[in-house]
Design a protein around this ligand. Structure first.
Ligand code: UD1
Length: 316
């Protein structure tokens, strides 16, 4: 049976992808060192997958697992813009060296295709919105640069080593299982858990920065499509919803859904922060058949219900 590998499969996006692959009847193997991913994210599917607790920085350990797989979804990373500024060394080692190891293992192991989780942060601050794949990348943080290097490696492994690769630039993905407990947690996971605890979140800067928040199941749908469509090797596609909302509006909308009035606190802007982010989805729609199924509000409501049921505590 064809093997499908998910690196970072215990993370919140990876574990959603694992579930979708299982629903399609695939033989799923997860590579994760559980540094930010959690085994709980896979608990109820544990008996249906093969879990390899391995670090992508150890080439000799991951190479035999990756060899001859049908598809490799490479999602393992140390995420977060501010974390890459606070701790640039581990973030470089995992996001660049670890990513190189995955491509090398896939190439030497004759893998069918690697689908790489790139990041919208690679665009930096562009003069024009929405952001189109043909724009010049202008990374503003180590994380953005590292994710961009991975894209370039994807393209070079395609052209020089005949490995099929596709890179998807994720745009601020949110949804169930996103961990709200770290100081580097994604903003929506923090906002939602603050809302449920009836506490003020801290907004960094004036709150007028905007994001194209994308529900995790829509990103999973795109990952599955990128794994199957032919004739796209070496390419980069935006994986976003195509919308854009400010943090101030987002907090307002969440309060409205919950029927509460809790003013946010404001703190200094974060270094490396991009001001506005919005995906142009034309290429993904036309060439991958991208069809987002969840509006921002639907995604918010589903995620909020998940946090309500799981009572996680936001980072303070
Ligand atoms: C960036 C990337 C995204 C990537 C992610 C990985 C961009 C546009 N997006 O997300 O593609 O997947 O890194 O981590 O670069 N904020 C608050 N209060 C909080 C937390 C965050 O105000 O408690 C603010 C941040 O300063 C930022 C926004 O919310 O302006 C979003 O932050 P975050 O969720 O960390 O994601 P990005 O850095 O935008």
């Amino acid at each position: 049976m064809n093997r499908y590998i998910v690196t970072g499969g215990a993370g919140f996006i990876g574990s959603a992808l694992v579930r979708a692959l299982l629903a399609d009847g695939r033989d799923v193997h997860v590579i994760d060192n559980l540094s930010s991913g959690k085994f709980e994210n896979l608990q109820e599917v544990e008996s249906r997958i093969t879990f390899h607790k391995l670090d992508i920085c150890c080439y000799n350990q991951i190479a035999p697992v990756i060899a001859s797989a049908h598809r490799v979804f490479h999602l393992a990373a140390i995420p977060s813009v501010p974390k890459s500024i606070d701790q640039p060394v581990p973030s470089h080692e995992v996001n660049i060296d670890g990513t190189f190891n995955v491509f090398r293992a896939a190439s030497e192991g004759k893998v069918g295709r690697v689908i790489y989780a790139a990041s919208s942060s690679a665009y930096g601050d562009t003069a024009v919105l929405p952001k189109v794949e043909t724009m010049n990348p202008q990374p503003k943080s180590p994380y953005a640069l590292q994710k961009l290097v991975g894209e370039f490696y994807a393209s070079v492994f395609s052209s020089c080593f005949n490995l099929q690769t596709v890179a998807l630039r994720f745009f601020n993905v949110f949804g169930p299982r996103q961990d709200p407990t770290s100081p580097y947690s994604g903003v929506l996971s923090v906002f939602m858990t603050c809302l449920l605890e009836k506490r003020s979140p801290t907004i960094y800067g004036d709150g007028e920065q905007s994001r194209d928040f994308t529900y995790v199941e829509d990103v999973v749908g795109l990952l599955m499509k990128a794994a199957e469509v032919s004739g796209i090797s070496g390419r980069v596609f935006n994986a976003g919803n195509g919308g854009r909302i400010t943090l101030n509006e987002t907090w307002k909308q969440l309060q409205k859904i919950e029927g509460v009035n809790i003013p946010a606190k404001y703190g200094p802007p974060r270094s490396g922060d991009v001001r506005d982010s919005q995906a142009d989805t034309v290429a993904a729609v036309r060439e991958l058949g991208h069809a987002p199924r969840f509006t921002f509000e639907q995604g918010l409501r589903l995620t909020l219900e998940w946090y309500r049921a799981h009572q996680l505590t936001a980072a303070k």
